[in-house]
Design a protein around this ligand. Sequence first.
Ligand code: SF4
Length: 457
Amino acid sequence: MFGIWGHPKAASMTYYGLHSLQHRGQEGAGIVVTDGERLKGIKGEGLVNDVFDEKKLDSLKGFGAIGHVRYGGKSGIENIQPLLFHSSSGSLALSHTGNLINANDLRHQLEMQGSIFQTNTDTEVLAHLIKRSGYLATKDKVKNALSMVKGAYALIMLTENELIIAQDPNGLRPLSIGKVGDAYCVASETNAYDLIGAEYIRDVEPGELIIINNEGIHEDRFSLSGSHAMCTMEYIYFSRPDSDINGVNVHTARKNLGKQLALEANVEGDVVTGVPDSSISAAIGYAEQAGIPYELGLIKNRYVGRTFIKPTQELREQGVKMKLSPVRKVVEGKRVIMVDDSIVRGTTSKRIVRMLKEAGATEVHVCISSPPMTNPCFYGIDVSTHEELIAANHSVEEMREIIGADSLTFLSVEGMLKAIGQKGLGENCGQCMACFTGKYPTEIYPDTPLPYEKEMK
Ligand code: SF4
């Protein structure tokens, strides 16, 4: 998500912001702008570049804008964000990252009271709650709505006259604010600021509500019980290495995970390689710590998207084949230590091990820079259902056999915390680790929906 307020080329800046956040979602993109009188939006399926061209951006005139790239979820253009609603009391656009765990309940209640929904998203529930609130001031309407929702939500909203930013009481998804000239901006990841020449100011705190308008920035809270539980997978896999989350650089965090993994693993090898792109930093850290050369043993075809968010199994399998190639001269005749960030179903790992062996590797030792993933995520990262998670149903030795590796090592939970936890941020050093430990930072309802019904790597 990206948003900006007070810039004459708000739509173009948002376009560039979304560009640097493209890794967060490739299934759809949208931008909504305000010129102070009305909101106008364009959205479509595919990459940011597929959805927008110069003509479309020129047609989005305004000084405030919000944008979104879509990651998984139910297909259909109506589900692509920002969602835009018009009413006689004014328009509202919403961009949301995360997953509202009580959305089913709230939606049912709203439907019983006569609400009609246009989309399948949990985000629309929020729009209804905001619009139905009897309060007059935006701040109070939003506070009232947020008091009813539970789960993960980093939010950027836009009205004709305001940019509204909110972070859930656990701060599960990253969100920060920056400044470019006199304009304020807000982004899911700090790397978006580099591309547009903006300066990072600070992260949005758990439970915080920020409203930006022509009078300036107004900082407030909607929840006093904010405690940090940042998604650990943001550091491990999801975010870009050049982003910082809560002041920690993602590349550095991954390198530390790799170093810690090398300390815990008892593996001999001739060469260390990482599965591109998200595991390269961890592999460099591993190699540095173990004193074994790091080499590019696998090459990624840049023009294929992330495989695990392709919507169907068939597309996903094709994606893996098209995506990675082994570098024969690097791995031939070698004992290869292959560092990867996680194992979800095991299908990707199995294929890569086979690929390395077919390219001549004498041994393939798989080292994972996170603990076994044994629980589903309800907060917006698709780690599949319990049944589909290989680590939920098999021992490490069984998994090793399934993926065909000569050895398989996972990082310990303690090691992971040591590598990326931040003292002073409270319980679990400010991290959510629920997919590894089963300890969720929020309550989970019996009918809490999994965010997405789709495939995973
Ligand atoms: S359960 Fe796992 S993937 Fe989900 S928010 Fe927590 S750490 Fe992230």
